[in-house]
Design a protein around this ligand. Structure first.
Ligand SMILES: *Cc1c(COP(=O)(O)O)cnc(C)c1O
Length: 526
């Protein structure tokens, strides 16, 4: 056997060094991206389960029957958790984005099939997706990829929730799907699921509940939280997504999409026998796919069961309550709306005088300096609605409870450090860039001049900025001028202000460049 080029121990030592530079995935210091159950034995179980199926190809559950058995187990657990009856079927996907894309594909293809059956010209109408502006960006991506028009509905700035009647006003023959969130990512608002479902069901329009982030927590929150019904108990809810790699505590790569009605769900599939290779039948976007994330998710479900999830949810919700109470007690900050947890967003309290206000992005930067990662969210203008403020997002996990004694004083001290410091104004941030040199001044004028649609509204999704004709070198030069070519700075407030100030298609193009350059290898042969 040929020898290995490097010793495995060396390779793994190098990987350990690389990992040491990552944000910490455990210990509760990062309040976004990661979901630490605080139970190391679950992580070990997930790793062992994934390793046991490492060589398996999840593409074909008839050849690798363990895949079918585990998928039945996961879908069955989720169906019970979200109160589906025998009419509810489902799939395990690679994550929330894939679940959302597949929910949209299912609805689009069902819509097209119904129109074809009714004799309508299939190309006369472009299908449309209606969702509150707070719906996860994955639905903008889905609309972009699948060719639907995207129609965001404004939310009430004080509650973070849409008016059901405003959604009702958008319904029409071209609407293939309506999406609501349980809860929304930006503000953890529980959308009015039953009220919207009554409107969509009356018109025969499918309704997807995006429970990707909170589903596996809220389902086990217990009756004392007294939430309005948001799952399959609501007639008119036709599909629901929930991520096992969030509050299901599985490692990344596993989510569930449930659909009411076999006939509707079959539109999720793609099959072809018209090529000379093996017959293809795919319920999800990937072809060959790992069984590891499924095995990890399945094993964790088997280990925790309903009781285990209820216990972890109680820990996360207790920690959320404690954090909310603490933020409510910090002068100059306020919790946005009425979040159902275990996440929430924080904005400036405009009721206190300017010198007592706390900018949420300065606050997040101050907390970051003290070793805690909170997630900054930009202000957004809503077409036809009140502006949504800039906020800072906290995702709270079971392990958070154990770090509250360190976290709570940090949040208070961070606010004390920045109280009265005005938030970075996007126009000022651009002016500061412009003052750097005549070239920078010209650049800023060009970036903010040309009438680009800054609303990020209908159709403005994703890579649209590539159509601006900004080539890679120019985008990189702009990032350099903005001081961002060396990676993101420690303080994010100025970056968020630029995101707020620049037209969305330009920011989106620049962020694509930033991420693409981050994974480019060095010069050839270097
Ligand atoms: C995380 C999330 C998604 C997308 O899921 P990924 O797993 O990140 O692809 C969709 N909807 C909501 C509400 C989410 O929080």
């Amino acid at each position: 056997m040929a020898g290995l080029r490097r010793e495995p121990a060396d390779i793994l030592a190098e990987l350990a060094d690389l990992r040491a530079a990552d944000a910490p995935t455990h210990g509760g210091r990062v309040l976004a991206y990661v979901y630490d159950s605080g139970r190391p034995e679950l992580d070990a179980l997930a790793a062992d389960a994934a390793r046991a199926v490492q060589p398996v190809n999840g593409l074909d559950p008839t050849t690798f029957t363990s895949v079918a058995a585990m998928e039945r187990g996961v879908v069955g657990f989720a169906r019970a958790a979200f109160h589906g009856d025998g009419d509810v079927v489902g799939s395990v996907t690679s994550g929330g984005t894939e679940s959302c894309i597949l929910a949209v594909k299912t609805a689009r293809d069902a819509w097209a099939a119904a129109r074809a059956r009714s004799g309508a010209d299939p190309d006369a109408l472009r299908p449309r997706l209606v969702a509150p502006i707070t719906a996860h960006a994955a639905f903008r991506k889905a609309a972009h990829v699948l060719g639907l028009a995207y129609d965001p509905v404004p939310v009430d700035a004080s509650t973070g929730r849409p008016d059901p009647a405003a959604i009702g006003d958008r319904l029409g023959d071209d609407v293939a799907l309506v999406v609501v969130s349980a809860p929304s990512y930006p503000f953890a608002a529980l959308d009015p699921v039953a009220e919207v479902a009554a409107l969509t069901a009356a018109r025969g329009i499918p309704l997807h509940v995006d429970a990707c982030i909170g589903g596996f927590a809220l389902a086990f929150a217990g009756d004392d939280r007294a939430l309005p019904a948001w799952d399959f108990t609501v007639p008119g809810v036709t599909s629901l997504s929930a991520d096992l790699h969030k509050y299901g505590y599985a490692p990344k790569g596993v989510s569930v999409l449930l659909t009411r009605g076999r006939d509707l769900q079959r539109h999720q599939y793609f099959a072809t026998t018209e090529w000379p290779g093996y017959p293809v039948v795919n319920p999800t976007l990937a072809g060959s796919k790992p069984a590891g994330p499924l095995a990890a998710g399945w094993a964790i479900i088997e280990a925790l069961g309903v009781e285990g999830y209820a216990e972890l949810t109680a820990e996360a919700l207790r920690a959320t309550d404690a954090l909310r109470a603490a933020v409510d007690g910090i002068e100059g900050l306020r919790v946005v709306g009425d979040p159902v947890g275990p996440l929430f967003a924080v904005a400036t309290d405009e009721r206190v005088p300017a010198e007592r206000r706390v900018d949420p992005h300065h606050w997040a930067d101050a907390a970051r300096e003290a070793g805690w990662v909170l997630q900054a969210q930009p202000a957004v203008r809503q077409a036809g609605g009140d502006p949504l403020p800039r906020t800072t997002h906290l995702t709270v996990t079971p392990v958070t409870e154990s770090v509250l004694p360190a976290l709570l004083p940090t949040l208070t001290a961070a606010a004390d450090t920045v109280r009265g410091v005005p938030g970075v104004d996007g126009a000022d941030a651009l002016a500061a860039v412009a003052a750097g040199s005549p070239e920078a001044a010209g650049l800023v004028a060009a970036l903010t001049g040309g009438g680009a649609d800054a609303s990020g509204g209908a159709g403005g999704a994703g890579a649209a900025g590539l159509g601006l004709g900004l080539d890679s070198e120019s985008a990189w030069a702009i990032l350099s001028t903005l001081g961002l070519a060396g990676g993101l700075p420690g303080r994010l407030a100025p970056v968020m202000a630029l995101i707020e100030a620049l037209p969305a298609p330009i920011t989106e193009r620049l962020l694509i460049e930033l991420l693409a350059r981050a994974v480019e290898p060095g010069p050839v042969g270097a």
